[in-house]
Design a protein. Structure first.
Length: 416
């Protein structure tokens, strides 16, 4: 029987021919870097300023020499040797030879000093003018060189406002600033993909969980509607129905949280006073059941945004203020107004004393006061997280501070 041939080992996969790294230029020292450009710019400015200054000094010196070479005196009558001088009054007729020579020397020294003083004063004026021109030209050139940094800063500020779709897309020479802008664009691209994938996952998971929860709720309601069902089964059904309802609220909260993290694209005029009134109407029955009165003056405060999401902010804040209140004589104050160019929604309430160091934990998902996980019938722990995400998506922010005597003061600021 012939032996079975041993199969040949598999060949190694070919090495990739594409290098993901940026290709190196053939002459890296010829790259127009910022250092070379600034060196050429300021070196050229210094050279031009020096040439101008030398030219001005040359012209002034020529004028000064011309002034210093003016004849100090003129002979009026050579035969009688009559001498007169407009610049040197000391030279006159009738002087002895020694006095005449001294007067000529003094006049020459005086004339030279006048020429040097004129040269110095005009040189200082020329230097001052060149300094002003140099500073103005340097300021303009520095602004032109640093303009890409301003573009990068503006894009980073827009990204900080939750607009990850912005890109710098800097054109121009392949220098350090363009390399920085390209790196920043690559980072934004990765961040956008990561955030989009996360939000897509949360959205898909929430949608997938809706169907079985809806089926469970329907089955439980059908069994509870049977009048012949045992009491123990009805009690178990009610417990399971409450648990199912809580899970539905959690899924809805996760879905809304994923939606609210995006920048609002379609904006319409929304009055916060109307939004707050709608939220109060929805929470009115619960407030009456707990003996909590809702009050406050709501002035018009129109913002550009999504009315449904803004109503969710107001509803979450009002419901939290009603649920986390004192057992007796509790109140909630809801006000809206415009302050310093911003629309402000304020929700204050009586309630338990809240330490200042626990304020930040209230805005974390599934976190409550002194409890880290959900385990209460007051909600699923996403209300304030959703409110903060919606406020950020509208370009605003939400802040909380403890109230004297207990309770909180929640303030939402939105741009008008």
């Amino acid at each position: 029987m012939a032996a079975t041939p041993t199969p040949a080992p598999p060949h190694a996969p070919p090495k990739p021919t594409w290098d993901p790294r940026r290709p190196e230029p053939p002459f890296p020292w010829l790259r127009p870097t910022i250092r070379i450009r600034l060196t050429l710019l300021y070196g050229g400015m210094f050279l031009i300023a020096g040439i101008l200054l030398l030219s001005i000094i040359y012209l002034l010196a020529a004028q000064a020499i011309n002034t210093g070479n003016q004849p100090l005196f003129k002979i009026v009558n050579f035969q009688s040797l009559k001498v007169s001088s407009d610049d040197c009054p000391a030279i006159r007729n009738g002087l002895a030879l020694a006095d005449f020579n001294d007067a000529i020397s003094q006049c020459v020294d005086h004339q030279r000093q006048v020429a040097l003083d004129n040269l110095l004063s005009r040189s200082l004026l020329a230097l001052l003018g060149l300094a002003i021109i140099a500073f103005a030209f340097g300021y303009a050139m520095a602004g032109r060189v640093l303009s890409p940094l301003g573009r990068i800063t503006r894009t980073a500020r827009a990204v900080a406002g939750s607009d990850l779709s912005r890109r710098i897309e800097l054109d121009g020479p392949d220098d350090e600033l363009k390399e920085l802008a390209d790196t920043f664009d690559d980072m934004l691209e990765r961040l956008q993909r990561a955030f989009t994938a996360q939000q897509r996952f949360v959205g898909n998971a929430s949608h997938e969980l809706r169907t079985p929860l809806a089926i469970n709720r329907t089955l439980l309601e059908v069994h509870l509607s049977d009048p012949n069902a045992p009491v123990e089964l009805q009690q178990l059904g009610k417990t399971l129905l409450a648990t199912n309802e809580r899970s539905e609220q959690l899924v809805e909260g996760l879905l809304l949280l994923a939606r609210s993290d995006n920048q609002i694209v379609e904006r319409k005029p929304v009055d916060l006073a109307e939004v707050a009134s709608q939220a109060i109407d929805q929470a009115h029955a619960e407030a009456e059941a707990k003996g909590v009165r809702i009050e406050g003056e709501r002035k018009p405060a129109v913002v550009q945004g999504n009315g449904v999401l803004l109503e969710r902010i107001a509803l979450n804040l009002v419901q939290n203020a009603v649920r986390y209140n004192v057992p007796e004589d509790g109140w909630v104050e809801v006000t809206t107004e415009v302050q310093h160019g911003q629309a402000v929604l304020t929700v204050s309430n009586t309630g338990p004393v809240v330490p200042a160091y626990e304020i930040d934990n209230l805005f974390e998902p599934f976190r409550r006061l002194r409890t880290e996980r959900t385990g209460s019938d007051k909600g699923v722990g996403l209300g304030l997280s959703i409110a903060r995400s919606v406020a950020r998506a509208h370009g605003g922010h939400i802040a909380a501070q403890p109230r004297e005597g207990g309770g909180l003061v929640m303030r939402v600021n939105l741009p008008v």
